[in-house]
Write a protein that binds this ligand. Structure first.
Ligand code: GUN
Ligand code: ZN
Length: 444
């Protein structure tokens, strides 16, 4: 026995095979043993009786009073918008002017930004989100504080300075030179440090001129392995404005592609109104799209054409898009995706519980270029996991106790689970939340 190994005994689900492309369902173990090494890697898995028999004396954590899932992945969530969740009834551009952008200006104060960084990180953990691609702030000190807080709690976060040079309130604007210098400085400090990575982040082409997009491309070229993220085709008024701003580009996607910003670790949020030509470019670049169901509904942006994306070969994962989205729960995004795709009828994509789990975990990991590290509970992956254990007497508790199949139980998780049901959270083998309390890790 290697003393540092821990055996997690659990009812566990994951989706190592993509249900969209392979037709596979989820993988389920009713009494599974997952052996996790001291450095947080899953080193063995199998029926509990088998893995335990060859490790007599190894500590065992019995988690069979809940359901173990891979840590949830949020591919699009805004750090400075924790406090504006729930402002309903406005389309995108009005919501930005009246809700998001006034709040985002408050992050010019490092004291304010530090409080928001804590609230944001704690909210991600409470929702069971262990990996995220985070839209940062327009203020470099605020982004610095976000990275520091994510590191303190051990979260896997990819984020960066948001840059814009037009169409936003003046305090949120920068210049191409400053955008380049501040981004590089942040990336040099944080990119590749522990679980943190840098994402080059123009807000959207509407607020980023060609010189700013070119500065973004320069940062991307300088920082090996950096990600790229922005918004695209979210709202028809936005799309029309961008078309007028970039008369020489073929389409909205081309405003980014022209600068070489799209690749396999690029994620564009929304894409509710793509043309076939744009989908072809996204597929050719292996760029992923963050599908943000609650945001698309809350802002009335439209019904996401998931089937068209998948048929064009574009990779899709889920994003909460807090604060236009109505909360941090990726379970809720999955459920809303299910509803909306169902309502689209023949144009929609029928989704099973396995599809929802895939979109919430392994698809997100793949979109962020982390498929070798996280996303499922295979040997060789980091132990990033959440235990769903509802409070006694709640509908989910009753439902799970009476589920007639593993498929039925997973469906109940997506129908009913919220933050209160996320009982334990691990990232890389570090337990960062238990019983609703988050706690800093003291490694590194
Ligand atoms: N497009 C540009 N900025 C934003 C934002 O903050 N939220 C959403 N949903 N779309 C955007
Ligand atoms: Zn967004």
């Amino acid at each position: 026995m290697i003393a540092a190994e821990v055996v997690y005994r659990a009812r566990a689900y994951d989706t190592p095979d993509d249900p969209f492309t392979t037709g596979a369902g989820f993988r389920y173990g009713d009494d599974l043993g997952l052996v996790v090494s001291d450095d947080g890697v899953i080193v063995d898995r199998g029926p509990y009786a088998d893995v335990a028999a060859i490790r007599p004396g190894a500590p065992v954590l019995d988690l069979r009073d809940g359901i173990l899932l891979p840590g949830l992945v949020d591919t699009h969530v805004h750090f400075p918008q924790v406090r504006v969740i729930g402002a309903l009834g406005m389309p995108l551009l009005e919501w930005l002017d009246r809700c998001a952008l006034p709040e985002e200006q408050h992050l010019a104060s490092p004291d304010y930004a530090a409080t928001i960084a804590y609230e944001f990180v704690a909210s991600l953990i409470a929702a069971g989100t262990t990996t995220s691609l985070v839209f940062g702030s327009h203020f470099a000190p605020a982004v610095d504080l976000l990275f520091a807080e994510a590191e303190r709690y051990g979260l896997r976060v990819t984020s960066g300075l948001v840059v814009s040079d037009r169409m936003l309130p003046e305090p949120l604007l920068t210049t191409p030179e400053r955008a380049y210098a501040e981004a590089l400085d942040l990336a040099q400090h944080w990119h590749g440090r522990g679980r943190l990575r840098y994402a080059v982040t123009p807000r959207f082409s509407l607020s980023a001129s060609d010189p700013v997009l070119a500065a973004c491309a320069s940062v991307l070229a300088e920082v090996d392995g950096a990600c790229f993220t922005s918004h695209v085709n979210e709202n028809q008024a936005e799309v029309a404005t961008v078309a007028g701003q970039f008369p020489d580009r073929a389409h909205y996607v081309d405003t980014y592609d022209h600068h070489g910003l799209l690749g396999p670790v690029s994620v564009l949020a929304h894409d509710v109104h793509p043309t076939d030509a744009e989908l072809a470019v996204l597929a050719a670049r292996a760029t992923a799209v963050a599908y943000c169901p609650t945001s698309n509904s809350a802002l009335g942006s439209g019904l996401f054409p998931l089937r068209r994306h998948l048929e064009a070969g574009v990779r899709v994962a889920l994003g909460s898009d807090v604060g236009a989205g109505t909360g941090f729960s990726i379970f809720k995004e999955g459920l809303q995706a299910y509803f909306l795709q169902h309502l689209l009828g023949a144009e929609g994509m029928p989704l099973t519980a396995a599809h929802l789990l895939h979109l919430s975990t392994s698809a997100g990991a793949a979109a962020l270029g982390l498929a070798d590290t996280v996303g499922d509970l295979s040997v060789g992956k980091q132990f990033d996991a959440v235990l769903v254990r509802p409070p006694a007497g709640t509908a989910l508790d009753i439902g799970l106790r009476h589920a007639d199949s593993p498929e039925g139980a997973l469906g109940k998780v997506f129908a009913l689970a919220g933050d209160a049901d996320v009982a334990e959270v691990w990232v890389g083998g570090d337990q960062i939340a238990s019983g609703g309390f988050v706690r800093p890790v003291s490694r590194r």
